[in-house]
Design a protein around this ligand. Structure first.
Ligand code: GLY
Ligand code: MN
Ligand code: MN
Length: 432
């Protein structure tokens, strides 16, 4: 049934909140300029628990002996639907999305005090959206104002994110399927960009190839602002201007992923604009690829999250020494952080509804241990800005290789598949 994964998650959350009450709003529509809006994107927590796509909606989960899942959403409105499209309305939404009750969103603020009254605890993503924090505080005050009538406001407030983040860290079978689909589309998009690339094009032409392929294959669009960075631009980690020429002998780094049913893919590939790696580009590329392979072999159940970063870092630092960027020993360079000018980010992150997905990385002082069902990226890089002592032929070389992985029962599954080895890339870019 359509609502099954969502109602299963709501029921799991209801168990965790005991006889408390949880409030989970979706994101507001956001104005871009004057009366134009950004394309609407629901809130990830709300989506995780509902699959309901409309703005102006909030879920209330009332725990206890007779748990209830309640949706507040927009009423049907034939006039607005002529302009803006279909709205479920509470009744149809309740049935289609498996809620016990549903009401008009405009009645939410009036109904909230009675829903939270006499509950021991209130759960909400405190601080996530100040407008909602205000609504919650108003409702608490409204209940307190009725104390002489025997109403009691919840005495405990919990940040819902701790619990939901923990749930979101382990992907269920529905999520896994969607994420594989998003990964397949993004992989195809990267291969298309490689095929289309020619010296003299502009970075945005490759961005257009990716966007076209994503949409043509049914993705909702980019999961984040795509990076198409030729030559020196690849050394700017969040470069998104994407408006410079692709010089014949440069490398181009593309970090782009698509969103499918709310889930992100996140892939980076780096390839030569003219389709053939030069000697020095080859040397640097092989170092990053070896670092990625070393990292991937550390992604397995029981491994602390940081282990794959450490494995990649070790290979990268040895490579920096081999390239003449650093002197001394690998351990010494890691200890002194002398590598940081060339590798300044962590080797990956959780992946899911958010590209940098929910979930803690540490439990107390210890790194979280990997478990089957977790999804993460492995993305080592090497960024060589021109500087005194840096061999000139390496100036402006920026390389990152990023794939998406699931932790499995006996290791991991790399589920992105864009061309990656030098042979694969040169083959797909062959011009004859
Ligand atoms: N595209 C964002 C990242 O790779 O983390
Ligand atoms: Mn990433
Ligand atoms: Mn990325």
């Amino acid at each position: 049934m359509k609502h099954e994964p969502y109602s299963t998650r709501r029921n799991a959350l209801l168990k965790r909140i005991g006889d408390g009450v949880a409030v989970i709003p979706t994101a507001p529509e956001r104005v871009r300029n004057r009366d134009s809006h950004h394309p609407y994107r629901f809130d990830s927590y709300f989506w995780y628990l509902s699959g309901f796509p409309e703005p102006e909606a909030v879920i209330i989960l009332v725990g206890g002996k007779e748990p209830r899942a309640i949706l507040f959403c927009r009423e049907k409105n034939e006039e607005r639907e002529v302009w803006d499209g279909f709205r479920y309305g509470p009744e149809a939404a309740r049935d289609a999305f498996g809620f016990d009750e549903a009401y008009d969103f405009t009645s939410f603020e009036q109904k909230l005090p009675e829903l939270i009254a006499n509950r021991s605890a209130l759960w909400h993503a405190l601080g996530h959206d100040p407008a909602w924090d205000t609504k919650i505080v108003s409702a608490l005050n409204a209940v307190r104002a009725q104390s002489r009538a025997g109403k009691r406001a919840p005495g405990e407030l919990y940040d819902l994110r701790g619990t939901l983040d923990h749930m979101r860290l382990l992907k269920d079978s529905y999520e896994t399927k969607i994420m594989r689909h998003a990964a397949a589309i993004a992989s195809a998009g990267h291969a298309c960009a490689m095929r289309a690339c020619r010296p003299g094009m502009v970075e945005y032409e490759l961005e257009a190839e990716l966007g076209y392929e994503f949409r043509k294959r049914g993705a909702d669009g980019h999961a984040y602002s795509p990076i198409v960075a030729a030559g020196h631009n690849a050394c700017v980690l969040h470069y998104i201007e994407n408006n410079k020429l692709l010089a014949e002998h440069a490398l181009v780094l593309i970090d782009a992923g698509c969103e499918v049913q709310g889930y992100a893919s996140d892939i980076t590939r780096t390839f030569p604009v003219n389709g053939r790696f030069s000697g020095v580009q080859r040397d640097a590329y092989e170092i990053v690829l070896a670092a990625q392979n070393a990292a991937v072999s550390e992604v397995k159940p029981g491994a602390p999250f940081i282990a794959y970063h450490e494995a990649a870092l070790h290979v990268l630092v040895q490579g920096m020494i081999d390239l003449g960027l650093l002197t001394g020993s690998v351990d010494g360079a890691i200890e002194s952080e002398a590598y940081k000018p060339y590798y300044m980010h962590r080797t990956g992150h959780w992946l899911g509804l958010d590209v940098h997905d929910a979930g803690d990385y540490k439990a107390g002082d210890d790194w979280v241990r990997l478990e089957p069902g977790m999804a993460l990226t492995v993305e080592p890089g090497l960024y060589i800005r021109p500087a005194a002592g840096v061999p000139e032929q390496l100036h402006g070389v920026g390389i990152r290789i990023e794939d998406d992985l699931f932790v499995t029962t006996d290791g991991c599954d790399v589920y992105t598949s864009a061309p990656k080895t030098i042979a694969e890339i040169e083959e797909v870019m062959r011009r004859d």
